[in-house]
Design a protein around this ligand. Structure first.
Ligand SMILES: *Cc1c(COP(=O)(O)O)cnc(C)c1O
Length: 352
């Protein structure tokens, strides 16, 4: 099976499993798990932050960070297509009890001027804006990278207006691989940031949220409230440490394969590419004249999986995908689109 649905589908490698099996562990809730503590030190150094917290996953990092930066009744700003607004079941609204306000803009980005206009000090009528959320890389915008300069400008505008800035850095290390800018340089512009270990890094469980001592101390309290305080979590943290040692440099390979996939698709007539030159490891596209489910079913019979994301199709490259897999997937797509190979014909009329 060639599984391009997401970079979350990777399985731990033999080396990672060995590291997990050998992990020294303790009670994480008491701060006594040595492997978790080592991971937190590593991530603090990587991101240039004072303190950090181990959490089971990224969604919990976002919920906790939003709650830690705000009070109930506050407003937060995020891009309209942000994971926080599109894929977390309104968790920020439920848990932090904030009003979410969406900013428009291409490629998951918006301008400093938009931030200045949207941020309000608050009044009897209007909620005070307390937080700006940015996403690096931006998932639903096609794995798009915020260039450092633009990111610095929007963060400065937010700070100028008294907002905190939180970075959903699920794939921050993909942005690092794409640009060569060190993670701490991106992170320097935000008050809190987290990275995910279960996406391109290939670990089974874990994310780390980082920020100031004060922010992390409040986040630890919220983590406890969420039931996110763990016990012998070194089992999971060992996989994350292994990923930092072995799976960071290779993220660039995923980007090369995403570009190879996009280039192959570009030549196929019914394909409308949203990401002709992907910044990182994702390719978004649509097919003229096809219902996506019919296409995906066909593809699955060829042992290839892609995901529908909203009204588009998405392919994500990762640790378990090779150049040969990409070429096989392209061949299968071409066969299906041209009605070759399996007796299947293209629909005669477009469906949308
Ligand atoms: C996957 C993802 C998350 C959520 O992380 P989980 O570990 O799946 O909870 C948040 N933001 C972005 C941009 C993501 O891609």
């Amino acid at each position: 099976m060639i599984d391009l649905r997401s970079d979350t589908v990777t399985r731990p490698t033999a080396g990672m499993r060995a590291a997990i099996a050998a992990a020294e562990v303790g009670d994480e809730q008491r701060g006594e798990d040595p492997t978790v503590n080592r991971l937190l030190e590593r991530v603090c150094a990587l991101l240039g932050k004072q303190a950090a917290l181990f959490l089971p996953g990224g969604t919990m990092c976002n919920h906790i960070a939003i709650a830690a930066h705000t009070r109930p009744g506050a407003a937060i700003l995020a891009h309209r297509d942000a994971h926080i607004l599109r894929a977390e079941s309104a968790g920020a609204v439920m848990l932090a009890q904030v009003q979410t306000e969406a900013l428009d803009g291409d490629r998951g980005r918006f301008t400093a001027e938009q931030v200045r206009r949207a941020a309000t000090a608050g009044s009897r009528y209007e909620p005070a804006t307390r937080l700006l959320c940015v996403e690096q890389t931006h998932n639903f915008a096609g794995g798009a990278v915020w260039p450092l300069g633009e990111l610095a400008e929007v963060c400065a505008a937010a700070h100028e207006r008294g907002l905190a800035v939180h970075m959903d850095g699920a794939r921050l290390l993909n942005a690092v691989a794409a640009t060569g800018v060190p993670a701490h340089e991106f992170a320097a512009h935000v008050d809190s940031v987290w990275i995910c270990f279960t996406k391109g890094l290939g670990a089974p469980i874990g994310a780390v949220l980082a920020g100031s001592e004060r922010f992390v101390s409040e986040s630890r309290r919220l983590k406890h409230i969420c039931g996110g305080a763990l016990r012998q979590a070194g089992i999971a943290a060992a996989g994350c440490l292994y990923a930092l040692d072995h799976h960071v440099q290779r993220l660039a390979d995923d980007h090369v394969l995403a570009r190879r996939f996009a280039e192959g698709l570009q030549k196929m007539e019914p394909v409308r590419l949203h990401t002709p030159q992907p910044d990182s490891n994702m390719v978004f596209f649509e097919l003229n004249g096809w219902t996506h489910s019919a296409f995906l079913d066909r593809l699955a019979t060829r042992q290839i999986l892609l995901g529908p994301v909203g009204d588009r199709l998405r392919a994500v490259t990762h640790l378990d995908v090779t150049a040969d897999d990409i070429d096989r997937a392209l061949q299968a797509i071409e066969d299906i689109l041209t009605g070759r190979g399996d007796g299947f014909r293209r629909r005669s009329r477009p469906t949308r």
